[in-house]
Design a protein. Structure first.
Length: 112
């Protein structure tokens, strides 16, 4: 679809008005979704729902290779890389590759 909803602060464009509304929170800093158990706040309801699982201990995502269980699908995908050896995050300055984006960010400091 055509991206007809444009941000007036940057070049972001969205196909749905709700997506633009969520994007605008990156500029305003507004985080309307609050955790009842701690001071965590989020720009999106889905992020809060994922966070709440850290308090409940709920881990509905099971690894099919071992006994590991994760609280989020992204956590399970990250764990699966310990079995597959997949390294989707690559440094654009050297041959370094990693299974996690955070490890790549840490590695990038070696180039500064």
């Amino acid at each position: 679809g055509e991206k007809s909803y444009a941000c007036d602060r940057c070049d972001f464009r969205a196909t749905l008005p709700g997506n633009l509304k969520v994007h605008m929170r990156t500029h305003t800093g507004k985080k309307p979704y609050a955790c009842d158990s701690c001071d965590y706040r989020s720009t999106q309801l889905g992020h809060l729902q994922k966070h709440v699982k850290t308090h409940t201990g709920e881990k509905p995502y099971a690894c099919d290779c071992c006994e590991y269980r994760a609280g989020s699908l992204s956590g399970l995908k990250y764990h699966r890389r310990t079995h597959t050896g997949e390294t989707p995050y690559a440094c654009d300055r050297c041959e370094y590759k990693s299974g996690s984006q955070s490890s790549l960010k840490y590695h990038m400091r070696t180039h500064t």
